[in-house]
Design a protein around this ligand. Structure first.
Ligand SMILES: *Cc1c(COP(=O)(O)O)cnc(C)c1O
Length: 230
């Protein structure tokens, strides 16, 4: 069941790449395992799926400690400054940096542990009131400020598009974020590489790939619906 879902998502990624004239190797699938048992991850790991996304620090740390063989963890949820220290040396990439304040805390903890943090700047591309992420108008300044932090390496941008019935409605947002990524990349800022564009979830990852996503975050489409009340 899980393996079949994963294969189907991989196949859809391949097809979306084909439609867009892109290579499937350009797109990394992050399996979003929040609220799901470690046993699910162990099953998928055996098929070669190495990237997993988690939203909650405690859950990520628990799974990190208990997993039988290492995988790559992605922090994709809102991150509080006081929790940075728990994950800084456990995660491959932090997708959800949306303030200088948070980036400075990451700098501090990364320096302490002598690691270089790989981060994405989260953008609220549709300007939704309810969403985390910086407004598009603030992004250039934020990137410039974070780029001065020696242990924090900006790798790109991330967004969660609005929840919509028809994923086509989000195409304009994905296009806009891709354009922002290219604009920033062209400035050639030191310590900023802009090679990762994390956008697209179960409902809209194919459209996101057509618009340039290099990383998609798929939960429900692989693991099934989540139950938050367990
Ligand atoms: C939960 C979550 C996902 C996965 O959502 P699905 O719709 O289940 O694919 C992706 N990104 C973020 C930031 C999430 O919180």
């Amino acid at each position: 069941m899980l393996e079949e879902n994963l294969r189907k998502v991989q196949e859809n990624i391949r097809k979306a790449c084909e439609r867009a004239g892109r290579k499937p190797e350009e797109v990394t699938l992050v399996a979003v395992s929040k609220t799901k048992p470690l046993s699910d991850i162990e099953i998928l790991r055996k098929t070669g799926q190495m990237e997993y996304g988690e939203n909650y620090v405690q859950e990520l740390c628990d799974k990190y400690e208990k997993i039988s063989e290492p995988v790559h963890w992605h922090m994709i949820g809102h991150l509080q400054t006081n929790k940075v220290k728990y994950i800084i040396d456990k995660v491959e990439l932090i997708h959800s940096v949306d303030s200088v304040h948070l980036a400075r805390q990451i700098e501090k903890e990364a320096a302490k542990k002598n690691v270089e943090a790989q981060i994405l700047v989260q953008v609220n591309v549709a300007g939704e009131d309810t969403k985390f992420g910086v407004d598009t108008g603030m992004i250039h300044n934020l990137v410039k400020e974070i780029s001065t932090l020696p242990h924090v390496h900006i790798r790109g941008l991330m967004t969660s598009a609005p929840f919509v019935e028809d994923p086509e409605e989000n195409r304009c947002y994905f296009r806009k974020l891709h354009k922002l990524l290219v604009d920033i990349r062209e400035k050639n800022i030191d310590n900023v590489s802009m090679d990762i564009l994390s956008m697209g979830m179960t409902n809209d990852y194919e459209v996101a790939i057509e618009e340039g996503a290099t990383m998609v975050r798929v939960g429900t489409g692989i693991f099934g619906a989540r139950n938050y009340n367990k």
